[in-house]
Design a protein around this ligand. Structure first.
Ligand code: XMP
Length: 512
Protein backbone atom coordinates (compact mmCIF):
# COMPACT_ATOMS: atom_id res chain seq x y z
CA UNK A 1 0.00 0.00 0.00
CA UNK A 2 0.94 3.57 -0.57
CA UNK A 3 1.06 6.23 2.12
CA UNK A 4 0.03 9.82 1.44
CA UNK A 5 1.29 12.16 4.15
CA UNK A 6 -1.14 15.07 4.29
CA UNK A 7 0.20 18.55 4.92
CA UNK A 8 -3.23 20.10 4.55
CA UNK A 9 -3.62 20.82 0.86
CA UNK A 10 -7.16 21.43 -0.33
CA UNK A 11 -6.65 18.78 -3.01
CA UNK A 12 -4.97 15.93 -1.13
CA UNK A 13 -8.04 13.77 -1.55
CA UNK A 14 -7.67 14.05 -5.30
CA UNK A 15 -4.30 12.30 -5.06
CA UNK A 16 -6.08 9.36 -3.47
CA UNK A 17 -8.66 9.57 -6.19
CA UNK A 18 -6.05 9.38 -8.97
CA UNK A 19 -4.39 6.38 -7.31
CA UNK A 20 -7.69 4.54 -6.90
CA UNK A 21 -8.31 5.06 -10.59
CA UNK A 22 -5.07 3.17 -11.10
CA UNK A 23 -6.33 0.40 -8.77
CA UNK A 24 -3.65 1.17 -6.20
CA UNK A 25 -4.57 1.05 -2.54
CA UNK A 26 -3.50 4.10 -0.56
CA UNK A 27 -4.24 5.77 2.73
CA UNK A 28 -4.03 9.43 3.65
CA UNK A 29 -2.68 10.23 7.10
CA UNK A 30 -2.22 13.72 8.55
CA UNK A 31 1.44 14.52 9.11
CA UNK A 32 0.97 14.80 12.88
CA UNK A 33 0.13 11.10 13.07
CA UNK A 34 3.02 9.96 10.93
CA UNK A 35 5.86 9.17 13.31
CA UNK A 36 8.88 6.93 12.71
CA UNK A 37 7.05 4.13 14.54
CA UNK A 38 3.97 4.69 12.41
CA UNK A 39 6.10 4.34 9.28
CA UNK A 40 7.58 1.10 10.54
CA UNK A 41 4.16 -0.40 11.23
CA UNK A 42 2.54 0.92 8.07
CA UNK A 43 5.49 -0.26 5.94
CA UNK A 44 4.50 1.70 2.82
CA UNK A 45 5.68 0.56 -0.57
CA UNK A 46 5.83 4.21 -1.68
CA UNK A 47 5.15 7.58 -0.10
CA UNK A 48 3.60 10.79 -1.44
CA UNK A 49 4.13 14.05 0.43
CA UNK A 50 1.13 16.27 -0.26
CA UNK A 51 0.92 19.99 -0.77
CA UNK A 52 -0.08 22.30 2.05
CA UNK A 53 -0.59 25.92 3.05
CA UNK A 54 2.45 26.31 5.35
CA UNK A 55 5.90 27.65 4.52
CA UNK A 56 8.88 25.39 5.23
CA UNK A 57 10.82 28.53 6.12
CA UNK A 58 8.63 29.16 9.15
CA UNK A 59 9.67 27.65 12.45
CA UNK A 60 7.42 24.82 13.48
CA UNK A 61 6.08 24.21 9.99
CA UNK A 62 5.08 20.61 9.34
CA UNK A 63 7.66 17.92 8.53
CA UNK A 64 7.56 14.22 7.89
CA UNK A 65 9.85 12.18 10.15
CA UNK A 66 13.45 11.96 8.86
CA UNK A 67 12.96 8.21 8.78
CA UNK A 68 10.76 8.54 5.71
CA UNK A 69 13.87 9.12 3.62
CA UNK A 70 15.52 5.95 4.99
CA UNK A 71 12.69 3.59 4.09
CA UNK A 72 14.28 2.79 0.74
CA UNK A 73 10.98 3.28 -1.08
CA UNK A 74 10.07 5.75 -3.86
CA UNK A 75 8.89 9.14 -2.66
CA UNK A 76 6.99 11.80 -4.58
CA UNK A 77 6.84 15.33 -3.15
CA UNK A 78 4.15 17.68 -4.45
CA UNK A 79 4.30 21.46 -3.99
CA UNK A 80 4.80 21.87 -0.21
CA UNK A 81 5.89 18.21 -0.23
CA UNK A 82 8.54 19.07 -2.78
CA UNK A 83 9.80 21.99 -0.71
CA UNK A 84 9.89 20.05 2.52
CA UNK A 85 11.83 17.32 0.74
CA UNK A 86 14.40 19.78 -0.63
CA UNK A 87 14.68 21.54 2.69
CA UNK A 88 15.24 18.34 4.68
CA UNK A 89 17.61 16.80 2.15
CA UNK A 90 19.93 19.79 1.92
CA UNK A 91 18.44 22.14 -0.70
CA UNK A 92 17.20 25.69 -0.20
CA UNK A 93 13.70 27.12 -0.23
CA UNK A 94 13.08 30.85 -0.42
CA UNK A 95 10.14 33.17 -0.19
CA UNK A 96 8.31 34.49 -3.23
CA UNK A 97 9.91 37.80 -4.22
CA UNK A 98 8.05 37.88 -7.50
CA UNK A 99 8.34 34.16 -8.14
CA UNK A 100 5.03 33.17 -6.61
CA UNK A 101 2.91 31.36 -9.15
CA UNK A 102 -0.78 30.64 -9.12
CA UNK A 103 -2.62 29.00 -11.95
CA UNK A 104 -1.69 27.68 -15.34
CA UNK A 105 1.96 27.26 -16.32
CA UNK A 106 3.83 25.29 -18.95
CA UNK A 107 6.64 22.89 -18.13
CA UNK A 108 9.26 22.01 -20.73
CA UNK A 109 11.49 18.92 -20.51
CA UNK A 110 15.22 19.06 -19.70
CA UNK A 111 16.07 15.39 -20.08
CA UNK A 112 14.34 12.03 -20.22
CA UNK A 113 13.12 10.28 -17.11
CA UNK A 114 11.04 7.08 -16.79
CA UNK A 115 8.76 8.99 -14.42
CA UNK A 116 7.93 11.28 -17.36
CA UNK A 117 7.21 8.54 -19.92
CA UNK A 118 4.49 9.65 -22.28
CA UNK A 119 4.34 13.05 -20.66
CA UNK A 120 6.11 15.47 -22.93
CA UNK A 121 4.84 13.93 -26.17
CA UNK A 122 3.47 17.29 -27.20
CA UNK A 123 6.44 19.40 -26.09
CA UNK A 124 5.54 21.77 -23.26
CA UNK A 125 2.92 20.39 -20.91
CA UNK A 126 0.30 22.37 -19.03
CA UNK A 127 0.40 22.17 -15.23
CA UNK A 128 -1.31 23.88 -12.32
CA UNK A 129 0.91 25.83 -9.97
CA UNK A 130 -0.01 27.23 -6.60
CA UNK A 131 2.97 28.30 -4.59
CA UNK A 132 4.38 31.32 -2.79
CA UNK A 133 7.77 29.89 -1.80
CA UNK A 134 10.07 28.28 -4.31
CA UNK A 135 13.08 26.02 -4.34
CA UNK A 136 16.23 28.04 -5.11
CA UNK A 137 18.78 25.24 -4.79
CA UNK A 138 18.04 21.57 -5.14
CA UNK A 139 19.33 18.97 -2.70
CA UNK A 140 22.47 16.94 -3.44
CA UNK A 141 21.73 13.96 -5.67
CA UNK A 142 18.83 15.70 -7.44
CA UNK A 143 18.76 16.73 -11.10
CA UNK A 144 16.36 18.93 -13.03
CA UNK A 145 14.05 17.22 -15.53
CA UNK A 146 11.51 19.94 -16.24
CA UNK A 147 11.30 23.70 -15.90
CA UNK A 148 8.69 26.42 -16.18
CA UNK A 149 9.31 30.15 -16.58
CA UNK A 150 8.81 30.79 -12.86
CA UNK A 151 9.89 27.39 -11.54
CA UNK A 152 13.35 26.39 -12.75
CA UNK A 153 13.00 23.29 -10.57
CA UNK A 154 9.47 22.33 -11.63
CA UNK A 155 10.40 18.64 -11.90
CA UNK A 156 13.46 17.25 -10.13
CA UNK A 157 14.52 13.76 -9.18
CA UNK A 158 17.17 11.81 -7.35
CA UNK A 159 16.97 8.77 -9.59
CA UNK A 160 19.37 6.69 -7.49
CA UNK A 161 16.96 6.82 -4.58
CA UNK A 162 13.73 7.11 -6.60
CA UNK A 163 12.87 10.46 -5.02
CA UNK A 164 10.73 12.71 -7.22
CA UNK A 165 9.67 16.27 -6.59
CA UNK A 166 7.26 18.45 -8.52
CA UNK A 167 6.34 22.05 -7.84
CA UNK A 168 2.88 21.75 -9.40
CA UNK A 169 -0.22 19.72 -8.61
CA UNK A 170 -0.50 16.69 -10.91
CA UNK A 171 -3.72 15.62 -9.19
CA UNK A 172 -5.91 18.50 -10.36
CA UNK A 173 -7.96 18.84 -13.51
CA UNK A 174 -5.84 21.68 -14.83
CA UNK A 175 -2.82 19.43 -15.08
CA UNK A 176 -4.38 17.44 -17.91
CA UNK A 177 -1.76 14.72 -18.04
CA UNK A 178 -1.21 14.55 -14.29
CA UNK A 179 -2.63 11.04 -14.05
CA UNK A 180 0.22 9.86 -16.25
CA UNK A 181 2.78 10.99 -13.65
CA UNK A 182 1.00 9.02 -10.95
CA UNK A 183 0.80 6.03 -13.24
CA UNK A 184 4.54 6.16 -13.89
CA UNK A 185 5.26 6.66 -10.20
CA UNK A 186 3.24 3.69 -9.00
CA UNK A 187 4.69 1.50 -11.74
CA UNK A 188 8.20 2.48 -10.62
CA UNK A 189 7.19 1.64 -7.07
CA UNK A 190 6.14 -1.86 -8.16
CA UNK A 191 2.36 -1.61 -7.85
CA UNK A 192 0.55 -3.74 -10.39
CA UNK A 193 -2.88 -2.16 -10.07
CA UNK A 194 -4.65 -5.12 -8.51
CA UNK A 195 -6.61 -3.28 -5.84
CA UNK A 196 -10.34 -3.81 -6.27
CA UNK A 197 -13.61 -2.97 -4.59
CA UNK A 198 -13.69 -6.58 -3.44
CA UNK A 199 -10.44 -5.96 -1.57
CA UNK A 200 -11.82 -2.75 -0.10
CA UNK A 201 -14.88 -4.62 1.10
CA UNK A 202 -12.73 -7.17 2.95
CA UNK A 203 -10.56 -4.49 4.54
CA UNK A 204 -13.55 -2.39 5.54
CA UNK A 205 -15.25 -5.37 7.17
CA UNK A 206 -12.13 -6.16 9.19
CA UNK A 207 -11.83 -2.52 10.23
CA UNK A 208 -15.49 -2.33 11.33
CA UNK A 209 -15.12 -5.50 13.41
CA UNK A 210 -11.96 -4.16 15.03
CA UNK A 211 -13.55 -0.82 15.84
CA UNK A 212 -16.88 -2.06 17.13
CA UNK A 213 -15.93 -5.23 18.99
CA UNK A 214 -19.08 -6.77 20.44
CA UNK A 215 -20.89 -3.45 20.94
CA UNK A 216 -24.21 -2.45 19.42
CA UNK A 217 -24.39 -0.03 16.47
CA UNK A 218 -27.33 2.07 15.33
CA UNK A 219 -27.72 3.49 11.86
CA UNK A 220 -30.13 6.02 10.44
CA UNK A 221 -31.26 4.55 7.16
CA UNK A 222 -32.71 7.08 4.74
CA UNK A 223 -33.06 4.84 1.72
CA UNK A 224 -30.42 6.91 -0.06
CA UNK A 225 -27.42 5.26 -1.62
CA UNK A 226 -24.85 6.27 0.99
CA UNK A 227 -26.63 5.17 4.13
CA UNK A 228 -27.84 2.00 2.39
CA UNK A 229 -24.38 0.93 1.30
CA UNK A 230 -22.98 1.75 4.76
CA UNK A 231 -25.73 -0.29 6.43
CA UNK A 232 -25.27 -3.34 4.19
CA UNK A 233 -21.51 -3.27 4.67
CA UNK A 234 -21.76 -2.96 8.44
CA UNK A 235 -24.41 -5.66 8.54
CA UNK A 236 -22.07 -7.95 6.67
CA UNK A 237 -19.38 -7.22 9.25
CA UNK A 238 -21.36 -7.50 12.49
CA UNK A 239 -24.81 -8.92 11.63
CA UNK A 240 -27.37 -8.42 14.39
CA UNK A 241 -25.20 -6.02 16.36
CA UNK A 242 -26.53 -3.46 13.87
CA UNK A 243 -30.00 -1.94 14.17
CA UNK A 244 -31.21 0.48 11.52
CA UNK A 245 -33.78 3.17 12.16
CA UNK A 246 -35.80 4.28 9.16
CA UNK A 247 -37.72 7.44 10.00
CA UNK A 248 -40.87 7.70 7.88
CA UNK A 249 -41.91 11.34 8.09
CA UNK A 250 -44.74 11.04 5.60
CA UNK A 251 -42.79 13.09 3.10
CA UNK A 252 -41.42 10.23 1.03
CA UNK A 253 -42.09 9.41 -2.58
CA UNK A 254 -44.72 6.94 -3.68
CA UNK A 255 -43.82 3.40 -2.70
CA UNK A 256 -40.54 4.44 -1.12
CA UNK A 257 -41.02 3.27 2.44
CA UNK A 258 -42.33 -0.14 1.34
CA UNK A 259 -39.34 -0.53 -0.93
CA UNK A 260 -36.83 0.30 1.79
CA UNK A 261 -38.48 -1.81 4.46
CA UNK A 262 -38.88 -4.84 2.17
CA UNK A 263 -35.38 -4.66 0.91
CA UNK A 264 -33.56 -4.31 4.20
CA UNK A 265 -35.83 -6.30 6.46
CA UNK A 266 -36.83 -9.11 4.13
CA UNK A 267 -34.03 -9.35 1.58
CA UNK A 268 -31.13 -8.49 3.85
CA UNK A 269 -32.61 -9.75 7.06
CA UNK A 270 -31.52 -6.67 8.97
CA UNK A 271 -32.88 -5.49 12.26
CA UNK A 272 -34.87 -2.50 11.05
CA UNK A 273 -37.10 -0.19 13.03
CA UNK A 274 -39.66 1.42 10.74
CA UNK A 275 -40.51 4.56 12.70
CA UNK A 276 -43.92 5.48 11.32
CA UNK A 277 -44.18 9.06 12.47
CA UNK A 278 -46.20 10.58 9.64
CA UNK A 279 -48.79 12.08 12.00
CA UNK A 280 -46.15 13.66 14.18
CA UNK A 281 -44.36 15.35 11.29
CA UNK A 282 -47.39 16.35 9.25
CA UNK A 283 -49.11 17.64 12.39
CA UNK A 284 -46.15 19.82 13.27
CA UNK A 285 -45.93 21.15 9.72
CA UNK A 286 -49.58 22.15 9.57
CA UNK A 287 -50.02 25.78 8.58
CA UNK A 288 -46.28 26.39 8.06
CA UNK A 289 -45.28 27.90 4.74
CA UNK A 290 -41.87 29.41 5.45
CA UNK A 291 -39.20 27.14 3.94
CA UNK A 292 -36.70 27.61 6.74
CA UNK A 293 -39.27 26.96 9.43
CA UNK A 294 -40.27 23.80 7.56
CA UNK A 295 -36.68 22.58 7.44
CA UNK A 296 -36.02 23.35 11.09
CA UNK A 297 -39.25 21.72 12.21
CA UNK A 298 -38.41 18.55 10.30
CA UNK A 299 -34.77 18.53 11.41
CA UNK A 300 -35.64 18.83 15.08
CA UNK A 301 -38.36 16.18 14.99
CA UNK A 302 -36.04 13.88 13.08
CA UNK A 303 -33.51 14.01 15.87
CA UNK A 304 -36.19 13.51 18.54
CA UNK A 305 -37.61 10.48 16.76
CA UNK A 306 -34.25 8.98 16.03
CA UNK A 307 -33.15 9.47 19.60
CA UNK A 308 -36.33 7.89 20.96
CA UNK A 309 -35.82 4.73 18.93
CA UNK A 310 -32.09 4.63 19.42
CA UNK A 311 -32.49 4.89 23.18
CA UNK A 312 -34.94 2.01 23.09
CA UNK A 313 -32.26 -0.19 21.55
CA UNK A 314 -30.39 0.08 24.80
CA UNK A 315 -26.67 -0.05 24.99
CA UNK A 316 -25.63 1.20 21.56
CA UNK A 317 -22.12 2.65 21.62
CA UNK A 318 -21.78 3.54 17.95
CA UNK A 319 -23.67 5.51 15.35
CA UNK A 320 -23.07 4.52 11.73
CA UNK A 321 -23.10 7.18 9.04
CA UNK A 322 -22.63 7.11 5.30
CA UNK A 323 -20.17 10.01 5.30
CA UNK A 324 -18.23 10.19 2.03
CA UNK A 325 -14.80 11.54 1.33
CA UNK A 326 -16.02 14.81 -0.15
CA UNK A 327 -17.91 15.38 3.11
CA UNK A 328 -14.71 15.11 5.08
CA UNK A 329 -13.47 18.62 4.87
CA UNK A 330 -9.82 19.39 4.82
CA UNK A 331 -8.01 18.42 7.02
CA UNK A 332 -5.00 19.20 9.06
CA UNK A 333 -5.04 21.71 11.88
CA UNK A 334 -1.62 23.21 12.29
CA UNK A 335 -1.97 24.80 15.65
CA UNK A 336 -4.15 22.41 17.51
CA UNK A 337 -2.00 19.30 17.69
CA UNK A 338 -2.85 16.04 16.08
CA UNK A 339 -6.56 16.60 15.76
CA UNK A 340 -8.08 16.70 12.33
CA UNK A 341 -10.87 19.17 11.76
CA UNK A 342 -13.76 17.43 10.10
CA UNK A 343 -17.11 18.54 8.92
CA UNK A 344 -19.28 15.48 8.64
CA UNK A 345 -22.65 15.21 6.98
CA UNK A 346 -24.67 14.83 10.11
CA UNK A 347 -27.90 13.28 9.00
CA UNK A 348 -28.77 13.23 12.66
CA UNK A 349 -26.81 16.37 13.48
CA UNK A 350 -25.51 16.72 17.00
CA UNK A 351 -26.76 13.32 18.09
CA UNK A 352 -23.43 11.54 18.52
CA UNK A 353 -22.34 14.10 21.13
CA UNK A 354 -25.74 14.24 22.80
CA UNK A 355 -25.96 10.47 23.20
CA UNK A 356 -22.27 9.85 23.78
CA UNK A 357 -21.97 7.75 20.64
CA UNK A 358 -18.83 7.19 18.60
CA UNK A 359 -19.06 7.27 14.83
CA UNK A 360 -18.61 4.38 12.43
CA UNK A 361 -18.07 5.80 8.96
CA UNK A 362 -16.94 3.02 6.64
CA UNK A 363 -17.32 5.11 3.46
CA UNK A 364 -15.13 7.98 4.63
CA UNK A 365 -12.46 7.13 2.11
CA UNK A 366 -14.71 6.75 -0.89
CA UNK A 367 -16.08 9.01 -3.58
CA UNK A 368 -19.67 8.75 -4.73
CA UNK A 369 -19.00 6.56 -7.75
CA UNK A 370 -16.85 4.28 -5.59
CA UNK A 371 -19.72 3.96 -3.12
CA UNK A 372 -21.89 2.88 -6.02
CA UNK A 373 -19.25 0.34 -7.06
CA UNK A 374 -19.11 -0.97 -3.48
CA UNK A 375 -22.90 -1.19 -3.46
CA UNK A 376 -22.79 -3.32 -6.60
CA UNK A 377 -20.07 -5.46 -5.01
CA UNK A 378 -22.38 -5.97 -2.02
CA UNK A 379 -25.20 -7.06 -4.30
CA UNK A 380 -27.51 -4.06 -3.98
CA UNK A 381 -29.81 -3.87 -7.03
CA UNK A 382 -28.57 -1.59 -9.82
CA UNK A 383 -31.82 0.37 -9.81
CA UNK A 384 -31.30 1.16 -6.15
CA UNK A 385 -27.68 2.19 -6.54
CA UNK A 386 -28.43 4.53 -9.42
CA UNK A 387 -31.17 6.42 -7.60
CA UNK A 388 -31.31 10.17 -7.78
CA UNK A 389 -30.49 12.04 -4.56
CA UNK A 390 -33.46 12.79 -2.33
CA UNK A 391 -33.37 15.57 0.26
CA UNK A 392 -33.78 14.88 3.98
CA UNK A 393 -36.87 17.14 4.29
CA UNK A 394 -38.39 15.17 1.41
CA UNK A 395 -41.52 16.34 -0.34
CA UNK A 396 -41.97 19.19 2.15
CA UNK A 397 -39.60 21.34 0.10
CA UNK A 398 -41.33 20.33 -3.13
CA UNK A 399 -44.63 21.67 -1.90
CA UNK A 400 -44.13 25.44 -1.62
CA UNK A 401 -46.57 27.07 0.74
CA UNK A 402 -48.67 25.16 3.25
CA UNK A 403 -48.40 21.39 3.24
CA UNK A 404 -51.54 19.30 3.29
CA UNK A 405 -52.00 15.57 2.99
CA UNK A 406 -54.18 16.12 -0.06
CA UNK A 407 -51.44 18.08 -1.83
CA UNK A 408 -48.83 15.49 -0.89
CA UNK A 409 -50.98 12.74 -2.38
CA UNK A 410 -51.35 14.64 -5.65
CA UNK A 411 -47.63 15.39 -5.69
CA UNK A 412 -46.71 11.73 -5.14
CA UNK A 413 -48.88 10.59 -8.00
CA UNK A 414 -47.63 13.25 -10.44
CA UNK A 415 -44.03 12.52 -9.44
CA UNK A 416 -44.52 8.80 -10.03
CA UNK A 417 -45.88 9.42 -13.54
CA UNK A 418 -43.02 11.79 -14.34
CA UNK A 419 -40.32 9.38 -13.15
CA UNK A 420 -42.03 6.55 -15.01
CA UNK A 421 -41.89 8.65 -18.19
CA UNK A 422 -38.21 9.37 -17.66
CA UNK A 423 -37.42 5.69 -17.12
CA UNK A 424 -39.49 4.61 -20.10
CA UNK A 425 -37.57 7.00 -22.33
CA UNK A 426 -34.25 5.70 -20.97
CA UNK A 427 -33.28 9.11 -19.57
CA UNK A 428 -33.05 8.36 -15.86
CA UNK A 429 -29.31 7.79 -15.73
CA UNK A 430 -28.54 10.92 -17.78
CA UNK A 431 -30.26 13.09 -15.21
CA UNK A 432 -28.82 14.07 -11.83
CA UNK A 433 -32.18 14.64 -10.24
CA UNK A 434 -35.77 14.86 -11.42
CA UNK A 435 -38.95 15.54 -9.48
CA UNK A 436 -42.27 17.32 -9.49
CA UNK A 437 -43.10 20.32 -7.33
CA UNK A 438 -46.74 21.08 -6.66
CA UNK A 439 -47.37 24.80 -6.86
CA UNK A 440 -49.44 26.75 -4.33
CA UNK A 441 -51.70 28.02 -7.05
CA UNK A 442 -54.81 26.73 -8.75
CA UNK A 443 -55.64 27.59 -12.31
CA UNK A 444 -58.62 27.23 -14.58
CA UNK A 445 -58.81 24.56 -17.23
CA UNK A 446 -61.30 22.74 -19.35
CA UNK A 447 -61.62 18.97 -19.46
CA UNK A 448 -64.36 17.28 -21.40
CA UNK A 449 -67.18 19.76 -21.31
CA UNK A 450 -66.44 20.99 -17.85
CA UNK A 451 -64.44 23.71 -16.20
CA UNK A 452 -61.64 22.63 -13.86
CA UNK A 453 -59.96 24.59 -11.11
CA UNK A 454 -56.97 22.55 -9.99
CA UNK A 455 -53.33 22.76 -9.00
CA UNK A 456 -50.48 23.59 -11.34
CA UNK A 457 -47.24 21.66 -11.01
CA UNK A 458 -43.69 22.17 -12.18
CA UNK A 459 -41.42 19.46 -13.53
CA UNK A 460 -37.77 19.76 -12.60
CA UNK A 461 -34.85 17.83 -14.11
CA UNK A 462 -31.22 18.86 -13.90
CA UNK A 463 -27.79 17.68 -14.85
CA UNK A 464 -25.00 18.22 -12.33
CA UNK A 465 -21.72 16.75 -11.15
CA UNK A 466 -22.01 17.46 -7.46
CA UNK A 467 -25.26 19.33 -6.90
CA UNK A 468 -23.37 22.60 -6.39
CA UNK A 469 -24.15 23.86 -9.87
CA UNK A 470 -26.77 22.50 -12.22
CA UNK A 471 -28.34 23.00 -15.60
CA UNK A 472 -31.87 22.12 -16.63
CA UNK A 473 -32.22 18.97 -18.70
CA UNK A 474 -33.02 19.59 -22.41
CA UNK A 475 -36.02 17.31 -22.83
CA UNK A 476 -37.57 17.26 -26.28
CA UNK A 477 -40.86 19.04 -26.72
CA UNK A 478 -42.42 15.68 -27.57
CA UNK A 479 -41.32 14.26 -24.22
CA UNK A 480 -42.62 17.26 -22.32
CA UNK A 481 -45.91 17.24 -24.17
CA UNK A 482 -46.46 13.53 -23.64
CA UNK A 483 -45.59 13.82 -19.96
CA UNK A 484 -47.90 16.78 -19.39
CA UNK A 485 -50.75 14.91 -21.04
CA UNK A 486 -50.15 11.81 -18.94
CA UNK A 487 -49.98 13.76 -15.66
CA UNK A 488 -53.18 15.68 -16.36
CA UNK A 489 -55.02 12.54 -17.50
CA UNK A 490 -53.78 10.28 -14.73
CA UNK A 491 -53.55 12.57 -11.72
CA UNK A 492 -56.71 14.02 -10.35
CA UNK A 493 -56.12 17.48 -8.94
CA UNK A 494 -53.63 18.75 -11.52
CA UNK A 495 -54.75 20.54 -14.66
CA UNK A 496 -51.59 22.41 -15.69
CA UNK A 497 -47.97 21.35 -16.09
CA UNK A 498 -44.95 23.63 -16.49
CA UNK A 499 -41.27 22.87 -17.00
CA UNK A 500 -38.72 24.68 -14.85
CA UNK A 501 -35.80 25.84 -17.02
CA UNK A 502 -33.81 27.63 -14.31
CA UNK A 503 -30.20 26.65 -13.86
CA UNK A 504 -28.29 26.77 -10.55
CA UNK A 505 -27.19 29.45 -9.93
CA UNK A 506 -29.30 31.56 -9.90
CA UNK A 507 -31.94 28.98 -8.90
CA UNK A 508 -31.47 26.09 -6.54
CA UNK A 509 -32.31 22.54 -7.52
CA UNK A 510 -35.11 22.24 -4.99
CA UNK A 511 -37.89 24.81 -4.92
CA UNK A 512 -37.34 25.61 -1.26
P1 XMP B 1 -30.31 22.82 -3.72
O1 XMP B 1 -31.78 22.88 -3.69
O2 XMP B 1 -29.68 23.54 -2.58
O3 XMP B 1 -29.94 21.28 -3.55
O4 XMP B 1 -29.74 23.26 -5.04
C1 XMP B 1 -28.69 20.71 -3.83
C2 XMP B 1 -28.79 19.23 -3.57
O5 XMP B 1 -28.96 18.98 -2.17
C3 XMP B 1 -30.19 18.32 -1.94
N1 XMP B 1 -30.77 18.91 -0.73
C4 XMP B 1 -30.75 18.33 0.48
N2 XMP B 1 -30.29 17.13 0.87
N3 XMP B 1 -31.00 17.59 3.09
C5 XMP B 1 -30.45 16.76 2.18
O6 XMP B 1 -30.07 15.64 2.55
C6 XMP B 1 -31.47 18.81 2.77
O7 XMP B 1 -31.96 19.55 3.61
C7 XMP B 1 -31.34 19.18 1.38
N4 XMP B 1 -31.69 20.31 0.70
C8 XMP B 1 -31.32 20.10 -0.59
C9 XMP B 1 -31.02 18.55 -3.17
O8 XMP B 1 -31.98 17.51 -3.34
C10 XMP B 1 -29.96 18.56 -4.25
O9 XMP B 1 -29.56 17.26 -4.60
Amino acid sequence: RLLIIDFGSQVTQLIARRLRELSVYCEIHPFQNVTAEFLETFAPKAVILSGGPASVIDAGSPRPPEAVFDLGVPILGICYGQQVMMHMLGGTVERGHGTAEFGRAYVTPKSALPMLDGWFDDGAEQVWMSHGDHVSAIAPGFEVFGTSPNAPFAITADTARDFYAVQFHPEVHHTPKGARLYENFVRLAGFNGDWTMGAYREQAIEAIRAQVGDNQVICGLSGGVDSSVAAVLIHEAIGDQLTCVFVDHGLLRQGESEEVVTMFRDNYNMKLIHAEEQDLFLGALEGISDPEVKRKTIGKLFIDVFQKHATAIGDAKFLAQGTLYPDVIESVSFSGGPSVTIKSHHNVGGLPEKMGLSLVEPLRELFKDEVRALGRELGLPASFIGRHPFPGPGLAIRCPGKITRAKLDILRKADAVYIDQIRKHGLYDDIWQAFVAILPVRTVGVMGDGRTYDYACALRAVTSVDGMTADYYPFTHEFLGETATRIINEVEGINRVTYDITSKPPGTIEWE
